[in-house]
Design a protein around this ligand. Sequence first.
Ligand code: PMT
Length: 403
Amino acid sequence: MPAGKRILLIVAGGIAAYKVLELIRRLRERGISVRSVLTRGGAEFVTALSLQALSENKVYTDLFSLTDESEMGHIRLSREADLVVVAPASADILAKMAAGLADDLAATALLATDKPVMVAPAMNTQMWAHAATQANIATLKSRGILTIGPNAGDLACGEVGAGRMSEPHEILAAIEAFFASPAQQPLAGFKALVTSGPTHEAIDPVRYIANRSSGKQGHAIAAALARLGASTTLISGPTRLSNPPGVSLVAVESAREMLTACQAALPADVAVCAAAVADWRVASPANGKLKKKGGKPPALELVENPDILAALSAAGNARPRLVVGFAAETDQVVENAKAKLKRKGCDWIVANDVSSATGTFGGDSNTVHLVSQSGVEDWPPMSKDEVALRLARRIGEQLAALR
Ligand code: PMT
């Protein structure tokens, strides 16, 4: 873990500024030191005293303060850090960064720094969607600025949509991923593809067939693979989760869309199919909303969906070197998983008991068995994040052995 690293935290104006207090605590717990710059707008939401008490470091606010400058000049301040983090990154500070303005201490430090910069945008959803903000973000990304979030959800202004700053634990994960040294990145140079979440199969324009998958397990796997250095594409059905840091998300709805997206993401070194793909879809979804007719419910004719895991396993030259499937079972978990391994032609199956008593679908924990040609590993009950990290480490070992 990145103990000993130094972060320059720039706190701009926005209600989400209160979340940085938690972020500072978590960073300090990991041995990361934090120096803060508080903008005038930021000071409307959190005090310099709170930042100073939690970071145990002086907080800098003023570009033209003689005391500040004599203690630490703004150029040194901007460079004596391993990473500069802007949280919350308001529309205003993003615009200043894109334009190269230097009209206060925060903007000047951002212009003067020679260190990597990560921004966590937070603003009203219309401001985020505005062409000016999107152009500024695109400019900053093209200059190598790292971004985390924003998330979608309820905003402090009462509106709903994209614009919520990522949660402190998400920003922390992005910072940890950034600091992970090559030794902690056994998957650096490898390409991973992960499927996650449910699929939605249309009945008519307003109704669909779905299942209870939340995407938590698949998203956690994508995050863990990225954290270990893999260039990771996450192909996900509809979920309420935010995009894990450092992962490219391809959002899909149906099984057929998921298959097309997976094929487009090839070549990959490893594919992990954690999605709960609908086995069937409606043969001919109605073009208009189905109406009740004389009390007789409509008969839905179902046809089988393509099997994405089997298709990836049989992809010939494009087949990932390691193809990992999941088996969602309610009984005879390991026996059924062994049969699935053969039937689908994959290399490993992660078998999990999804009977309603386990709460695996939608819950935060999982108990799995790793089934391969060479045997069965029974893993103890753990959180989905822990399952993901252990699986990602096993994948790293396997790909190193196959090199
Ligand atoms: O999303 P969560 O709430 O976190 O829950 C996690 C999970 C229970 C969904 C996950 O751990 C899991 O078990 N995913 C696979 C669910 C499933 O559909 O299992 P299955 O036994 O029906 O399918 C076996 C494998 O074939 C899976 O890898 C599945 O992705 C794949 N498959 C299935 C059907 C299909 N048409 N295409 C596929 O690729």
